[in-house]
Ligand binder design. Structure first.
Ligand code: 13P
Length: 252
């Protein structure tokens, strides 16, 4: 039985004061309303990692970053290393989000290095995959997602890949209000799990949480999360409103 996970990805939103207020609101609502054993992760912008970590200390809510460098350390102005995240300590990091792939040209080989850096510092990567609309329309979406998984992760040992969280986020569903149907989500999650099983065996594949992301809202979360291979969600827009985010958590 895999634990359900709901992660919020705040992307590039909020000021420090707003971030503190939102974290507080989420914490209070979770304490009073969330009774089930859902793992909640807040993936906040770098400048808020320290304060969010302090706010969440002693609670069941964990903190994640939205990216890290593929380099260990050195002359990479503006970059943030896995070791820095670990030193806060931040336990999770999103890697390979489609916005990073699209706007910052992050590709398979680079992401494989980022995964290695994160794991070397005992961070749990939330590794994202997902196809753009034109690939879905061409019907090659399963092949592309399998390729993203192979390129980013298949250099890992079975033990290492067992430490990851995977997130399937169809690009056409991100921030568009257009959610994948439960069937579309379940089908792709099953494809990902089958791909993992073919390489690492069924036991490892069954242990890896696969989250769905793309316009997850309070009114569709429960149905999506009830699919057998959907282990929770990676939530963008709706994670910026405490009420909506906590209602999504309750859907898990
Ligand atoms: P939305 O929930 O805003 O569609 O964003 C999804 C996402 O990109 C989470 O990483």
């Amino acid at each position: 039985m895999r634990t359900k996970i709901v992660a919020g990805n705040w992307k590039m939103n909020k000021t420090l004061a707003e971030a503190k207020a939102l974290t507080n609101e989420v914490l209070n609502l979770c304490i009073s309303e969330v009774k089930s054993a859902v793992k909640v992760i807040l993936c906040v912008p770098y400048p808020f990692l320290q304060s969010t970590t302090e706010q969440c200390e002693g609670t069941t809510i964990a903190v994640g970053a939205q990216n890290c460098s593929e380099h260990e350390s050195g002359a990479y102005t503006g970059e943030v290393s896995a070791a820095m995240l670990k030193s806060i300590p931040v336990p999770y990091v999103i890697l390979g989000h489609s916005e990073r792939r699209q706007y910052f040209r992050e590709d398979g080989p680079m992401l494989a290095k980022k995964v290695d850096r994160a794991l070397a510092h005992q961070l749990t990567p939330i590794f994202c995959c997902g196809e753009p609309l034109e690939i879905r329309e061409k019907g090659t979406h399963e092949a592309l997602v399998r390729q993203q998984i192979q390129e980013g992760l298949f250099h890992l040992s079975a033990e290492a890949i067992g430490k990851l969280i995977i997130a399937y986020e169809p690009v056409w569903a991100i921030g568009t209000g257009k959610t994948a149907s439960t069937q579309q989500a379940q089908d792709m999650h099953a494809v990902i799990r089958k791909e993992l099983a073919a390489k690492y065996g069924d036991k490892v594949a069954q242990s890896i949480p696969i989250l769905y992301g793309g316009s997850v809202k309070p009114d569709n979360a429960k149905e999506l999360f009830s699919c057998p291979d959907v282990d929770g969600g990676l939530v963008g827009g709706a994670s910026l409103k405490a009420r909506d985010f906590v209602d999504i958590i309750k859907g898990a």
